[in-house]
Design a protein around this ligand. Structure first.
Ligand SMILES: CC(C)(COP(=O)(O)O)[C@@H](O)C(=O)NCCC(=O)O
Ligand SMILES: [Mn+2]
Length: 898
C-alpha cells in the first residue's frame, strides 16, 4: 500500500454515508407480484451460510437440457439475502427478494419455448436468480427501527416467504454480512434482538466491490456534474479499469482500482466530510450535517474568501486562466476584515467551508490520477450526497487542473457502495453473472416523496400502502405541485462564481439527493441480437429536456382522468377500485411532479421510461389491464369485418395488394387509446366508420414513403425473405385488419412469421397471451392463416391447451407468437425477452409498427436485418418536430441492410 500523502497522520477511512436511497416506507410500499417472470434456479451459499441440502434434488425441465434448473425441495430458504453498512449516521441495507410468485409458465410460453428450440438448437440457462435488489436506509440513531424492519420482513431469515419462516423453524447460527464501524459496535445488539451474528467485511473491499458491480451492471450509474449540468455517462465494460475511486466519508480514501478485487489505497486526506461538519458545527449553530449543507445554499462565499478579483482590482488573472471570481485563498478575506466570527453570516461560512474542502478533495484526487495516469475519477461517500455545489466544485478542480483531460464522475448509488459490496461478499449469489440487460430499475410510488428525510413506519400490503398514500394526499400537496424551475445554477467554470440565485434551483439536489429505485433482476432478458450496435443504441428518439418534459407533463396529466376512469371500470368500478384509482392518480402525479422538479432524479430518463412508468404505476395499484373491455370490443368488431377485407385483398394483383396491405396497417394504427386526438375521434364515431375514413385518407406520398423500395424488395422472387419478425401494436382493427393481413401475405410467400407482442398490457396494446386466440379466430376465415397457425401450434394452443411431445413438432414453424419482454407502449431493444432474442436468429426482416415502438423509440435505430417502420403520427407536436409534418401523417420507413 502506498504511503499516505496527506500529512503526518494517515487519515482513518471513516464510514461511508450516503443519501440517495429509497427510504424504507417507500421500499416497503412496493407491490407484490408485478415483476416479469423469472426462471427458478438454485442458489449457492457462502461458506458462512448453511450448506446446500441436495437430498431429493430433481431436474426441472427436460432431461435433454444442457443446463437444467435443479429444484432442491429440502433446501431451506434461510439464505440471508441481506447485507448492511452501519455507519456513524446512517445504516444502509441492501437486500434481495425473490419474486413473490414463482413464474407460472403459461401454455403459450411453454409451447413457444419448445418451438424456439427448433431455432436455437438448445435451451438457454439462467445462472442468475430472478428477484429484486432493494436499497434502504435508516438513521443509525434509530437503529431499533432498522431492527424492526429486518424483523418484520424476516430479512435475516431469507424473507417472510421463505420455507423456514413459514414452518416456524428457527435456524441458528444465522450470519449477516456487514461493514462499517457499526458492524463492530452493534454486533451484540443484532445478536440479542435478531439472534444473528454480523460477519464483518473490510470496508475498502466492500467499497470497491460495490463500485465495480454498479459500474458493470447499471447502464447509467455514473454521471458528470459541471456547471450545474448533470450528464449520464455510459461506461464501456471492456474499458473500465483502471480507475480512481475517491470515497469521501469523514476522511477521504483514494483507491486505485485495477480489477475485481484488485485495488490499492494509494492516498487519502484527513480533510473530508468530518472536517466540513466539525468546523461547520463550531462556527455556526447547525445541529446536523444536512442543516449545514442546506445553509450553504443561501451562502455567498465572496464575503469570506479572498478572490482573484480582490487581489487584481476586480480583474481576471487571465494569463493563467483564473477569473476574477476564482478563490485565491479560502477564508483569506477574514484576515483583513477585522471582524469577529459572529459578524459573518453562517450561510457564507458554510459555503466557504464547503468549497474549500470540495476543491481540496478534487485537487488531491486529480494529483493522484495524474500520478497513475488515470483519466476517470469516481467520487462517492456521504459527503457528496448528490449536492450540486459539492459536485460542481470537485468537477471544476479536476477539470481545471487536468486541463480537461481527467473527468470527475459521481455515482447514483454512491451511498450504497459499502452495503452492496458486503452483499457481493456472500460467496455465490449469482449476481456476478449479471449484465446491464438483466436489470430493470423501477421507482415505486414512494420514490417521488423521498428526500433527505426518513419517515414513517414500514408498510406491508396494499391496504397499508393506500392508507400511507392517503396520508400523503392530505399533507403532500406541496410535493405533488410542480416546483418552479429556473435555469440551472452554476458555480461557473471560471471558478467559484458567487451562486446568485440558489435555494429553489438547487433544492432538489441539495435536499432530496438522487433517488435510487428497486433493481429488478430479470435473468430472462437479453440484448436483441439484431441490433447493429448495442453499445451506441439509444432507444429514445427525442431527448426529454426541460421543455420536452413540460409538454409531456401536460399530455400525461390531461390523460389521467380518462385513464383512471378506464382503469376503475376494468376492475368492476367497485369502491376499492375507485380508491386505488385515486391513489394511482396521486402517485403518478407525484412522479411527474418530482421529474418536473428534477428531470434526472430517476437516472437517465426518456419518453419510453416515462410511458413505462405510467404502466408500472397502474400495476402497482393492481390495475393489470385497464383497457381490457375496450380491447375485447374492438377485437370482436374487427374480426367480424375481416373476411370481407381478405376477400377484397385476394381480388387484387400482387402489387396493388402490397400497397393496400401497408395502407391498411397505417390506417388501422389510428386505434390508439393513448392519443388524445384519437380518443376524441372515438367519441364521435364507430370503429368501422373511423377505419373507413382513415383508409380513405391514405394519400401518398406519405410523410416518409419508402414503399416503392420495400415493394421492389418484396417482389424479388429469387431472394425471398426467410423469416419476418412482425412487432404488433394495438388491439382491434390495428392488429386484426392491419397486421394480420400483412402477416398473411408473408405466409402466402412462404416466409416464416413471428408475431411479436407485449408481455404485459400497456394501454390498448395487444399482448402475446391474447394474440393466439385472435389468430385462431381469424384463421376460421382464412386457409393460409389456418394452415400456418395449425403448423405453428397456435390454434391448438389457443383452443385446447398445449399438445404433446416436442418430437411431433415440424422442422420449421411458419407462424409463431412471441412476447417481447415489455409492458410499455415502447420498446428498448437492449432488454427484450429471451424468446424474442431466440426467434431473431435467422430473421432477415423486422417490422415495427406504431408510434411507441417506431417513432418515440427506434426511429433512428439500425438493425442487422432489413427494417420496416410503420406508424401513423397521432400527435401534432411530434409530427412537426420529427417530420415537419402534421397529425395523422403516415410513416413508411424501409431500411434495407444493403
Ligand atoms: C402512447 C402512444 C405512444 C401509443 O401509440 P401507438 O404505439 O399505439 O401508436 C401514443 O398514443 C402517444 O404518444 N400518446 C400521447 C400523445 C398524445 O396524446 O397526443
Ligand atoms: Mn399502442
Amino acid at each position: 500500500m502506498a504511503a499516505n500523502n496527506s500529512g503526518s497522520e494517515p487519515p482513518i477511512p471513516e464510514d461511508d454515508e450516503g443519501l440517495g436511497g429509497v427510504t424504507h416506507e417507500e421500499e416497503a410500499a412496493e407491490a407484490k407480484g408485478k415483476a416479469p417472470a423469472a426462471s427458478t434456479t438454485t442458489m449457492n451459499r457462502s461458506g458462512s451460510r448453511p450448506q446446500l441440502d441436495l437430498s431429493g434434488a430433481a431436474i426441472h425441465g427436460t432431461l435433454e437440457d444442457r443446463n437444467p434448473t435443479i429444484l432442491l425441495p429440502n433446501q431451506s430458504d434461510d439464505i440471508s439475502h441481506l447485507a448492511l453498512d452501519i455507519g456513524g449516521s446512517l445504516i444502509k441495507l441492501v437486500y434481495f427478494s425473490r419474486h413473490a410468485d414463482q413464474p407460472t409458465e403459461d401454455k403459450r410460453k411453454l409451447s413457444t419455448k419448445r418451438r424456439l428450440e427448433i431455432f436455437t438448437g438448445a435451451r438457454r440457462s439462467y445462472p442468475v436468480l430472478g428477484g429484486r435488489l432493494h436499497f434502504v436506509k435508516f438513521e443509525t440513531g434509530k437503529l431499533n427501527e432498522c431492527l424492526d424492519f429486518i424483523s418484520s420482513k424476516q430479512l435475516h431469515r431469507g424473507g417472510v416467504d421463505s420455507p423456514s419462516w413459514r414452518s416456524g423453524a428457527q435456524p441458528d447460527n444465522i450470519v449477516i454480512k456487514a461493514t462499517g464501524g457499526g458492524a463492530f459496535k452493534y454486533a451484540d445488539l443484532f445478536k440479542e434482538r435478531l439472534g444473528v451474528s454480523l460477519e464483518k467485511e473490510d470496508e475498502m473491499d466492500c467499497l470497491v466491490a460495490g463500485a465495480n458491480f454498479l459500474l458493470k451492471a447499471i447502464r447509467h450509474e455514473a454521471f458528470t456534474h459541471m456547471d450545474g449540468q448533470k450528464e449520464y455517462v455510459q461506461i464501456d465494460q471492456n474499458d473500465l479499469f483502471p480507475y480512481l475511486l475517491v470515497n469521501v466519508g469523514s476522511g477521504v480514501s483514494i483507491i486505485k482500482v485495477d480489477g475485481h478485487g484488485k485495488f490499492q489505497r494509494v492516498s487519502g486526506t484527513n480533510v473530508g466530510g468530518g472536517t466540513y461538519w466539525g468546523l461547520g458545527r463550531l462556527m455556526t449553530e447547525c445541529k446536523s450535517f444536512d442543516e449545514l449543507l442546506e445553509l450553504s445554499q443561501r451562502g455567498d462565499n465572496s464575503t469570506i474568501d479572498m478572490l482573484v478579483g480582490d487581489i487584481y482590482g476586480g480583474l481576471d488573472y487571465s494569463k493563467i486562466g483564473l477569473s476574477a471570481s476564482t478563490i485565491a485563498s479560502s477564508f483569506g478575506k477574514t484576515i483583513s476584515d477585522n471582524k469577529e466570527l459572529s459578524d459573518y453570516r453562517p450561510e457564507d461560512i458554510s459555503l466557504s467551508l464547503l468549497r474549500m474542502i470540495s476543491y481540496n478533495i478534487g485537487q488531491i484526487s486529480y494529483l493522484n490520477a495524474l500520478r497513475y495516469g488515470l483519466k476517470r475519477i469516481f467520487f462517492g461517500g456521504f459527503f457528496i450526497r448528490g449536492h450540486a455545489y459539492t459536485m460542481d466544485t470537485i468537477s471544476f478542480a479536476v477539470h481545471f487542473w487536468s486541463k480537461g483531460e481527467a473527468k470527475a464522475m459521481f455515482l447514483r448509488h454512491e451511498g450504497f457502495l459499502g452495503a452492496l459490496g458486503a452483499f457481493m461478499s456472500y460467496e455465490k449469489h449469482g449476481l456476478d453473472d449479471l449484465s446491464a440487460h438483466h436489470l430493470v430499475e423501477r421507482f415505486p410510488m414512494g420514490a417521488p416523496y423521498v428526500g433527505g428525510k426518513i419517515h414513517g413506519p414500514p408498510l406491508g400490503d396494499l391496504n397499508e400502502k393506500i392508507s400511507w398514500m392517503e396520508k400523503f394526499v392530505q399533507k403532500g400537496t406541496q410535493i405533488t405541485a410542480p416546483v418552479p424551475m429556473g435555469a440551472p445554477a452554476t458555480t461557473g467554470m471560471g471558478g467559484f462564481e458567487r451562486p446568485t440565485s440558489k435555494g429553489d434551483i438547487l433544492r432538489s439536489d441539495a435536499s432530496a439527493a438522487l433517488n435510487v429505485g428497486v433493481l429488478h433482476l430479470v435473468p430472462s432478458l437479453d440484448v436483441f441480437p439484431l441490433l447493429e450496435d448495442p453499445k451506441t443504441y439509444e432507444p429514445n428518439t427525442i431527448d426529454l429536456d426541460h421543455d420536452e418534459f413540460k409538454y409531456w407533463f401536460t399530455i400525461l396529466s390531461d390523460h389521467l382522468p380518462d385513464l383512471v376512469e378506464k382503469a376503475v371500470a376494468s376492475e368492476g368500478g367497485t369502491d376499492d377500485a375507485k380508491r386505488r384509482g385515486d391513489a394511482f392518480a396521486h402517485a403518478f402525479s407525484a412522479h411527474l411532479a418530482r421529474l418536473t422538479e428534477e428531470p434526472a432524479a430517476y437516472g437517465k430518463f426518456g419518453l419510453a421510461n416515462l410511458l413505462e412508468l405510467r404502466e408500472e404505476c397502474l400495476r402497482e395499484f393492481q390495475f393489470f389491464d385497464a383497457y381490457v373491455s375496450i380491447k375485447q370490443r374492438e377485437n370482436e368488431a374487427s374480426l367480424a369485418v375481416l373476411p370481407d377485407l381478405l376477400m377484397e385483398l385476394d381480388s387484387m394483383d400482387e402489387e396493388d395488394r402490397l400497397l393496400a396491405l401497408i395502407e391498411g396497417v397505417l390506417a388501422a394504427n389510428i386505434f390508439d387509446w393513448g392519443s388524445k386526438a384519437c380518443v376524441d375521434l372515438y367519441n364521435q364515431g364507430t370503429i368501422i366508420e373511423i377505419y373507413r375514413m382513415s383508409r380513405k385518407k391514405m394519400q401518398r406520398p406519405w410523410r416518409i414513403d419508402n414503399f416503392d423500395t420495400f415493394k421492389s424488395r418484396m417482389l424479388k422472387k429469387d431472394q425471398p425473405y426467410k423469416r419476418a419478425l412482425i412487432s404488433v401494436d394495438n388491439a382491434g382493427a390495428d392488429v386484426v385488419l392491419g397486421m394480420l393481413p400483412l402477416a398473411r401475405e408473408f405466409l402466402r410467400r412462404g416466409v416464416e412469421v413471428v408475431l411479436v407482442a407485449n408481455s404485459l398490457p400497456a394501454l390498448n396494446d395487444i399482448t402475446a397471451n391474447e394474440l393466439p386466440e385472435i389468430v385462431a379466430e381469424a384463421a376460421k376465415h382464412c386457409g393460409i392463416l389456418r394452415k400456418a397457425a395449425e403448423a405453428g401450434g397456435l390454434i391448438v394452443d389457443a383452443m385446447a391447451g398445449i399438445q404433446g411431445d416436442a418430437k411431433d413438432e415440424p422442422a420449421s414453424v411458419p407462424l409463431m407468437v412471441v412476447e417481447n419482454g415489455c409492458g410499455s407502449p415502447c420498446i428498448d431493444f437492449r432488454q427484450v425477452s429471451s424468446e424474442l432474442a431466440a426467434a431473431a436468429k435467422d430473421a432477415d426482416l423486422l417490422i415495427l409498427e406504431g408510434m411507441g415502438r417506431s417513432l418515440h423509440t427506434n426511429l433512428n435505430a439500425r438493425f442487422k436485418c432489413d427494417a420496416l417502420k410503420l406508424a401513423m403520427v397521432k400527435n401534432q407536436r411530434l409530427a412537426e418536430k420529427l417530420f415537419n409534418g402534421n397529425i395523422y401523417d403516415c410513416i413508411c420507413k424501409f431500411e434495407p441492410v444493403s
